[in-house]
Design a protein around this ligand. Structure first.
Ligand code: FAD
Length: 470
């Protein structure tokens, strides 16, 4: 058996692992990466990048459908799926080659790692690696099918959805999270009769009610039925179709489609790591426990990204990976910036983007806040470019006007939110937002209106029906 020694051994070479390895090497440490492949990580191979590449097609097809509103006569768009998939493969191939080249600049052990103790891992049967420190970033896997009969009738998950070469006539999407919403809308816009069935009362149930409610309404307006309050019972086959038996509002219902898309979530990938041997505490559903300095219950072992369960987002994996590497190599206890961890975006149309606190989280914490909001349908630039769906909302502290959080449902929300991210990073107030110049006419200037609204509330006291201070 071959044995090698490193300052840092990174287990899993996805977004979090690459960030940790790169950061540790920049600090002069010896670093090894371990990954059984396929190399590239979820984001590039089966997550963010392929999904957004596909959404570019469905969004553009929708632009063509809506072009009439701007005086352009068009035929209904016809989407060439094999072309779309070939384009996606080419785009993703380029990203993958670039990343794999970067990964191969490290000592790279291509096998699955398992802990032998707190200072050693085995890679396959032939190699052991000794590390002064370890970063575990083995990502997540699709959660096991949670409904009776679903395995038997068969289903697609997000991996398969991103690879479809022919479209089903109809699709039943299970789940109302971001993957369900993005890909559900993609298939609907490609002409698949798509129904979304969820247990909760609206899409994106983790978001504030106004955010989830508005997306649910826009989906329904677009002709995508969103069936809420559905208690899933079991699946059976009926000819070429798959049938879900369920109960909705106390009434027995069936939902039938040619294909079922299981988008009910992912779970941390902890299987086979033998974390017990290293004394690392974890739970199979919530993942590896970490503190604010990204350390696990074993201080020389860190865990980052999806395997920690909480915020399965690329920027979080990268943020945690960089901090883990610095703490591992420098022996420090740098903490992640919790205020900004919740930042996320959903690439539906309209897009959704959220930073910092939400009304839900502030209410849970019993915190006081002021809220200002503004509709895109009342904003000049949005009206002039015919992009009027959605709203912006800012939450601020009543005592000093500091921005606590913001949510945007609307055009380019994933880009517009960056003004709020930067503002929060620097501890800006709503007064700062109004003082900072905003170009006119732009979508971005819409953020000055809720800021003005909150300033007025702080000056004269909250007008009734506008401030939701709790
Ligand atoms: C359809 C979809 C769309 C998404 N869109 C977005 C988006 O728009 N924006 C966003 O921020 N996030 C998005 N995500 C989530 C994002 O992709 C993940 O949060 C992120 O990629 C996780 O990175 P990671 O480093 O934790 O894990 P991964 O990138 O999954 O890396 C884990 C690595 O560990 C390796 N591994 C597994 N077991 C072992 C072992 N025993 N030993 C060694 N190595 C091992 C794997 O081979 C893999 O390379 C999306 C996810 C999906 C599924």
């Amino acid at each position: 058996m071959k044995s090698h020694k490193y300052d840092l051994v990174v287990i899993g070479a996805g977004s979090g692992g690459y960030a940790a390895a790169r950061t540790a090497r920049e600090l002069g440490a010896s670093v090894a990466l371990v990954d059984p492949g396929p190399l590239g990580g979820l984001c590039i191979l089966r997550g963010c990048m392929p999904s957004k590449t596909l959404l570019a097609t469905s969004d553009r097809a929708q632009d063509v459908r809506e072009a009439k509103a701007l005086g352009i006569a068009t035929d209904a768009p016809r989407v060439d799926l094999p072309f779309v998939m070939a384009r996606k493969r080419e785009v993703i191939g380029g990203f993958t080659d670039y990343r794999v080249e970067a990964l191969r600049s490290f000592p790279l052990y291509e096998g699955a790692a398992r802990f032998l103790d707190g200072g050693h891992i085995a890679v396959g049967e032939e190699t052991t690696l000794e590390g002064k420190a370890f970063v575990v970033c083995t990502g997540s896997i699709v959660a096991p099918a949670p409904i009776l009969g679903l395995d038997e009738v068969g289903f697609i998950d997000s991996d398969a959805a991103l690879e479809l070469e022919t479209l089903p006539k109809s699709l039943l999407v299970l789940g109302g999270g971001y993957v369900a919403c993005e890909l559900g809308q993609f298939f609907a816009r490609l002409g698949v009769e798509t129904t979304i069935a969820i247990r909760g009362k609206q899409l994106l149930s983790g978001e504030d009610d106004d955010v989830g409610e508005s997306l649910t309404r826009y989906f329904r307006d677009e002709g995508i039925p969103v069936e809420t309050g559905v208690q899933f019972s079991n699946f059976v086959r009926s000819g070429a179709n798959k049938v879900l038996h369920a109960v909705q509002a106390g009434v027995a219902r069936t939902f039938e489609a040619e294909e079922v898309f299981h988008a009910l979530g992912r779970v941390p990938n902890v299987g086979g790591l033998d974390l017990e041997k290293a004394g690392v505490r974890y739970h199979p559903i919530t993942g590896i426990e970490i503190g604010p300095d990204i350390r696990t219950s074993t201080p020389n072992i860190f865990a980052v990204g999806d395997v920690t369960g909480e915020y399965p987002l690329v920027h979080v994996a990268i943020h945690q990976g960089e901090i883990a590497a610095r703490n591992a190599i420098l022996g420090t206890s740098e903490r992640a910036d919790y205020r900004l961890w919740r930042t996320h975006t959903i690439f539906t149309d309209p897009q959704v983007a959220v930073v910092g606190e939400t009304e839900k989280s502030l209410k849970r914490a019993g915190a006081q806040y002021l809220v200002g909001s503004y509709l895109f349908s009342e904003h000049g630039k949005a009206i002039s470019i015919d992009r009027t769906k959605g709203f912006v909302k800012i939450l601020a502290s009543p005592s000093d006007g500091k921005i606590l959080g913001a949510a945007i449902v609307g055009p380019e929300a994933s880009d517009l939110i960056h003004e709020m991210i930067v503002a929060m990073y620097f501890g800006a107030t709503v007064e700062d937002i109004v003082r900072i110049p905003h170009l006119h006419p732009t979508l971005a200037e819409i953020l000055t209106y809720p800021a003005e609204d909150i300033i007025a509330q702080r000056t004269v006291g909250a007008p009734s029906g506008v401030a939701a201070a709790s």
